[in-house]
Every structure is written in C-alpha cells, then in structure tokens.
Design a binder for this molecule. Structure first.
Ligand SMILES: Nc1nc2c(ncn2[C@@H]2O[C@H](COP(=O)(O)OP(=O)(O)OP(=O)(O)O)[C@@H](O)[C@H]2O)c(=O)[nH]1
Length: 394
C-alpha cells in the first residue's frame, strides 16, 4: 500500500466517523461538536496533502497542516468539553498559529522537509500528550472507564509514534525525504496515524454512549423534582433486599409517609411552594438515612424509605425521628409566613415468607391509620397481623 492510498484511506475513515458522530448529534452529548469538526477538518486536509505539487503550496502545506493539527486539537477540545473541563482555546489557537507560522517560515526560507516533519509531529505529539494527561487525570471507576482507557492508550500510542517520527527525521536528516517517502518508518507512522483519528473518535463515541446510558438510567430511576429514587427503582431495590433477607436472614423494614394536608399548602401557597416542600422532605430524609437505606418518591406527596438490616423497633424509632425532623423544618416563603409542614408515617417490618406487595400493603394500612388517627404521627403495623396501632402522637 502506498503512502498516497493511506492518505485516501485516512480521509475516508474520517468521513465515516463524521457520519457515526451524526448519530449522536441530537443526544446532547458534550464534545460531539468538536469531535465532528475534527473529523471534518481531517476530511478536508487529506486531499490538500495529496494535492502537493498540483495545487498551490499555501493550500497543500500551510492550510493542510493547519487543518490536520487543528483536527488533533479539536479532538482534545472535544474530550475536555465532554469531561466538563474548560477548553484552553487561546493556548490552542496560539500553538496552532506558532506551529504553522514556523512551518511556513522553514519552507519559504530554508526548505528542509525533515525539520518541518519533525516540527509538525512534535506539535501533534504535544496535543496527544495533553489528551493522555487529561484522560489519566479524570480516570474514575464508572461505566465510562473502558472508553476512557481505550482513548488514553490511543493517545499514548500517538505520542510515541509522533516522538519516534520527529526524532527519526531529525537524526536521519535526509533532505530529500518527503511526506510520501515510502520508508518503513514513514509508512508505519502514517499507517498508525491513519488509525488515530477514527480510534479516538470511537473512544469518544463509546464515552458519549456510556454517558447517555448513565443519564437515561438516572432519569428512569430518579424523580426529577426531588432527586429521590423513583417508584420503579424503589420496588426493584426493595425486592432485592427482600430476597437477600430470604436467603441470608436478617431484618428489613419500610416506612411510607405522606405530607399532611398537602392540597391546602398548594392551594394557599401555590404549586411552586408545594414543590419546594417535596424537595425539602427528600433533602432532610436523605440526611438522616444511613448505610443502604434509600428514600423514594412513590408518587404525588407520598414517599417511602427502605431500611435494610432494621427490625421493628429500629424502624419505629427511625420513623419517629424522621417525623420530628420534618416537623421542625421551616421554609422561608417570600412575603409570607415561613412554611411548615408535617407528615404521617406508616411502618412495617418484613414478616417471614412475606411478599413485597403484602409488606407494602401493611405499611399503607399503617399510614392510613396514622391519617385517621389525626395526622403528624407514626403508626406501626404488626408483621403477623393486619391491624396496626399508634406508636407516637405528634
Ligand atoms: N406542588 C405539587 N403538588 C402535587 C404534586 N403531586 C401531587 N400534588 C398535589 O398533592 C395534593 C394531594 O392532595 P390529597 O391527596 O387530597 O392529600 P392531602 O391534601 O395531603 O391530604 P391528606 O393526605 O389526607 O393529609 C393534590 O392537591 C395534588 O395536586 C407535585 O409534584 N407538586
């Protein structure tokens, strides 16, 4: 395969990657604009390189090199944007202008191609080094760890290739060597360089996809107003905990609570104030929970707390503590009296062989008993029987 055909392949791969990135354009993933721009720049740059000697030098040298280096910089910018880091746009623009200015000067004044190749390779190598450093610094153990590592190792490989290429051209210093030079080194560098942009774009696409899945999963599992677990997620977590108790023994309790006279809060203070109460409940509830305990919004103004490793007495105490904490809450309400609210709580502890549905039915019955009993109180249901009794009065 000739160097020329590698250039053509490189351009074709960049065009394919551009189409792959288009599939992400509506997903709102950060960095996609920069990665698309990078591949677009590569698609334009490569025919310009190929046109060396046919088209004006300013296009095949200055513009082609500027576009290719700009493409590497855009890949770097895309990763930084994707990771939520600031993009050093000014430093990149200065680096690009300095490199192209120097290349142009070398071409027009001394015209020693190996030095120009070494200079261009060094500039690309520095950009990939910065990318590898960014990816390494941001490494964390989540679902994006594989794409991050993949992109990191591609960047490291590119640093090594560009360093080797720059060093080899400087050491060998063959003034007749050109970019279409078919030496083993040049062929190896260009082959690997051809794969760099698509490989980094694949890493970027994998990262963006992992991010989209993470965000979608979070949205499906959490209530958007309060940040609490969703009803569906709560049932999943609760069922897993119930099965765990069935397998290994231990205790599991549930609290279900509901804001008292919430309709009148909405009616007198407005829906937005009601929303603030709901968010405040979750914030304060989560602050008192420990270990694997979770808080979920079951719907409307009804919430649930799952208490793994907690028996009836611990759950009753936690329910009363939570009721008291929420009763103390005071929310500033502009131009009006501070907003206060109370909750009624039903508590139940999982009985042997009991299903989740049965447990929640008993907890609901306890909650309604608390409402009937006057509200702002905790009612606990017995595991063995359906009737419940009042534990505390508010
Ligand atoms: N602000 C706000 N209100 C909501 C939301 N979801 C449900 N509601 C309101 O919650 C109120 C529930 O009222 P009810 O079921 O009558 O209960 P309540 O007024 O709390 O009375 P008790 O439960 O018997 O003490 C209704 O007015 C709903 O419109 C929400 O997301 N935000």
């Amino acid at each position: 395969m000739s160097v020329l055909s590698l250039f053509v392949l490189n351009g074709a791969l960049a065009a394919i990657m551009l189409m792959v990135l288009r599939s992400l354009s509506h997903a709102g993933a950060a960095g996609v604009r920069e990665w698309s721009l990078a591949n677009g720049m590569a698609v334009v740059a490569l025919p310009l390189f190929i046109g060396r000697g046919v088209i004006p030098d300013v296009l095949s040298l200055e513009l082609a090199n500027a576009l290719l280096l700009g493409a590497s910089m855009m890949v770097y910018a895309g990763f930084r944007r994707h990771l939520g880091l600031p993009v050093p746009a000014r430093a990149l623009a200065c680096g690009l202008a300095a490199t192209i200015g120097l290349l142009s000067l070398l071409y027009r004044v001394v015209d020693v191609l190996p030095v120009r190749i070494a200079l261009a390779s060094s500039a690309h190598g520095i950009v990939f080094l910065a990318l590898a450093h960014t990816l390494h610094r941001m490494e964390r153990r989540d679902e994006t760890v594989y794409p991050r590592r993949f992109a990191f190792w591609v960047a490291v490989t590119m640093v090594c290739i560009h360093a080797a290429r720059a060093a080899a051209y400087l050491v060998r210093y063959d003034p007749d060597a050109g970019i279409f030079d078919a030496s083993l080194l040049n062929m190896a560098c260009i082959t690997l360089g051809t794969l760099a942009m698509p490989a980094l774009t694949l890493g970027a696409v994998m990262m963006a996809n992992a991010d989209i899945i993470r965000r979608t999963t979070y949205a499906a599992e959490h209530d958007h107003l309060t940040g609490a677990w969703s009803r569906r997620a709560f049932f999943g977590i609760a069922e897993r905990e119930r099965e765990r108790v069935e397998r290994r023994g231990g205790a599991l309790s549930v609290l279900v609570f509901d804001v008292d006279h919430f309709k009148s809060i909405n009616d007198t203070r407005g829906h937005a104030a009601g929303d603030r109460v709901l968010a405040d409940i979750v914030m304060r509830t989560e602050a008192v929970l420990r270990g694997r305990a979770v808080c979920a919004r079951l719907g409307g103004e009804e919430f649930a707390v799952l208490l793994p490793d907690t028996g009836a007495s611990g759950a009753g105490a936690m329910a009363e503590h939570l009721r008291a904490v929420l009763e103390q809450a005071v929310l500033a309400d502009e131009g009006q009296d501070p907003l206060r609210y109370t909750v009624s709580v039903g508590v139940a502890c999982l009985a042997p062989q009991e299903t989740l549905a049965a447990l929640l039915e008993r907890t609901d019955a306890a909650l309604y008993a608390a409402k009937r009993g006057g509200r702002n109180r905790v009612c606990e249901a017995q595991a063995a029987q359906a009737d419940s009794w009042s534990l505390n009065t508010g």
